[in-house]
Ligand binder design. Sequence first.
Ligand SMILES: NC(=O)C1=CN([C@@H]2O[C@H](COP(=O)(O)OP(=O)(O)OC[C@H]3O[C@@H](n4cnc5c(N)ncnc54)[C@H](O)[C@@H]3O)[C@@H](O)[C@H]2O)C=CC1
Ligand SMILES: CC(=O)C(=O)O
Ligand SMILES: [Mg+2]
Length: 542
Amino acid sequence: MTIILTPYWSNGVQKLKLIEPPHVPKHGLVPPVLDRDVHAARCLAQLRSKDKGLEKYIYLSQLKHEDYAMFYRLCLQNMAEFTPIIYTPTVGDACVNFSEIYRRPEGLYVSIKDKGKIGSVIRNWPKIDEARISVVTDGSRILGLGDLGVNGMGISIGKLSLYVAGAGIRPESTIPICLDLGTNTQRYLDDPFYLGLRQIRVGDAEMTAFMDEFMEEMSKTFPKLMIQFEDFSTDNAFKYLERYRKKYPVFNDDIQGTGAVVLSGFLNAAKLSSAASGQPLSSHRILFFGAGSAGVGVASQLMSFFTLQGLTEDEARRRIYLVDSQGLVYDTRGPLAEHKKYFSRDDYQGPPMKDLLDIIAYVKPTALLGLSTISGAFNGDILDAMAAINPRPIIFPLSNPVKLSECSFADAVAHTQGRVLFASGSPFPEQQFQGKTLYPGQGNNMYIFPGLGLAAILGRVSEITDSMVEASSLGLANSLTNEERSLGLLYPRIERIREISAFIAKEVIRAAQKAGVDRSPDLRGMSDDELLRFINNKMWTP
Ligand SMILES: NC(=O)C1=CN([C@@H]2O[C@H](COP(=O)(O)OP(=O)(O)OC[C@H]3O[C@@H](n4cnc5c(N)ncnc54)[C@H](O)[C@@H]3O)[C@@H](O)[C@H]2O)C=CC1
Ligand SMILES: CC(=O)C(=O)O
Ligand SMILES: [Mg+2]
């Protein structure tokens, strides 16, 4: 970050001093020979000398703070090596241990104690005019790791680092935010190092009053800001997206970003799967294991896969089956959470069907998608069952981090004799099978939100419409190169993230223009080539 905030202590409390860059050291205060390229190699060597993920994370956090240009330069040059450290899976460890590994403040904390004066807290942010994008979490469902309270700040920081690296958002225009509304995780309440309030989470009414004030003050203080909601527990994820999406430029990454990234990978996988089975694209049947914000968000987005094939909305809905912790979701099972009702089956009346093997035998899915947080749920029997009914089964274990993945790529390859079409939420290594290298896809919203956010900023959009989210998804699906297709990849290589984000941003800006929610009239008159050039020129490069 260019904002240099130096912590100091006053009356036992940590405070911050703002040091304005540039911060040019005087002659004699740096070593005689300090070449930037050599130093880049030195930083990389220092990083690689550490053998634990968390140590690498701490090292990179310090590097980002001390020399953010070097951090982002190395990140862009080594995306495949850096993303698993600054993002999933290691960011999960970093969040769980956030209060233990805490070194210095980063981001903005707004707590329930600030209710009534949230505006004054927000206005303490040092670079108000520059702010364009914020990732806001309340820490209540961080990855699949549960309620981490204020330790969730790590996820806002990690996502925004990917905005900078992946879409060239200027570092000083990002604001990581963690809302401290308490935590229901007892071990944090008992932990002397825990950095948040020692209280259980506030109730619904209190939270909503807090959120209303927070959102209003954010929009007043930062009129050009887009907000990404991240890792709110499922009920609140749906509730606050619906509450604010027409009023402010806001989107929910877990519902919409995940929906978009999975639709994109699914479009590419379904073509390969249908080519092998000879069945039309419209005949796919998708089984979701996990029906939370991510599962239902993805299911909703996959509706457009079927409607694009000419199915009606009702026919599309019937191609999708949900499974939650009680088994298959169907109408006569008993009371259902609001977000599950749309996909609940009206064509099954039998006794509760709990066992995933039984459900697979009943549904005969062509695709099995995991968003359940249940590690190893797609065991050998499940994978065998999918392999037995599909020439090329689509298997996407999307839960994060790696340790919660429903299966590994190695197991999916072994049990399907290399036929699987695979994407996971967190990265897995490639596999050798019968002399061929097989590549796993990473179905993670990190492919979507950088480009979507860049489009929202450049297009100065007043809201984020469903059509913009869909455009981001189709943009990603269409960004595969011929070489990537020939290798059977479902997603482009992460090393091309800047190019992909620019392409996605162009598609999203066009969708915003069509929906009439853009406020950058100059971009309307541009040809596609001009718009793409404009976007590329706007990207910050370290
Ligand atoms: N790949 C990606 O880009 C993303 C992945 N995710 C991952 O998706 C996972 C779920 O996230 P949310 O939907 O927000 O969480 P959630 O907690 O709301 O949903 C979990 C769902 O799994 C179901 N479930 C739990 N135990 C089960 C069991 N034993 N059998 C069957 N179903 C069971 C629950 O009933 C619930 O429907 C997390 O691990 C998260 O990291 C979330 C967003 C993006
Ligand atoms: C990737 C992501 O947003 C999640 O696992 O929650
Ligand atoms: Mg998330």
